[in-house]
Design a protein around this ligand. Sequence first.
Ligand code: PNS
Length: 172
Amino acid sequence: MSRIAIYPGSFDPLTYGHVSIIDRGLHVFDKIIVGIAINVRKTPLFSTQERIDMIRASFPDETRLEVDTFEGLLVDYARQRNCQVILRGLRAVSDFEYELQMANMNRKLDDTIETMFMMTEESHFYVSSGLVKEVARFGGDVSEQVPDHVEEALVAKFEVMKNESDAITSEE
Ligand code: PNS
């Protein structure tokens, strides 16, 4: 039986922290499905398709990696896709409580699916998609936190947003 892990998240955008967990996860599992959660309550910076493309572009030749989206409960999607494991990365202590709650809740919902954590590499300990977006929005350098193509996409996205807001201001 092949060991399949689901690596769920928002990936808005993909960071080197995510890339590292996927790389290392591929040493342990036969296949990893990156599951982009569609959350109607969150407004992501990048569209679902943009996030799928960014992840695929980071692993162009990796046949054991699939990128997909899911709506609803993670455990339902995991069961449907025959994933035995939910893979999550753990950074600082601050992640712990949230992750513990999710892992426990997911186990209550389905105790046949195990959550497994990988400690984020030291160099990516402080990398988060949220901080990356904030820094990039104000023109800061995020080249050490995200792959080149993601950095380019961030610059382009904020440029478009700036032009749109300038256009609205000049109309007023
Ligand atoms: O990258 P994130 O935003 O921390 O990922 C959170 C995610 C997507 C793993 C979590 O919100 C999730 O699993 N959402 C799907 C809905 C669900 O199953 N919620 C109950 C989890 S206890």
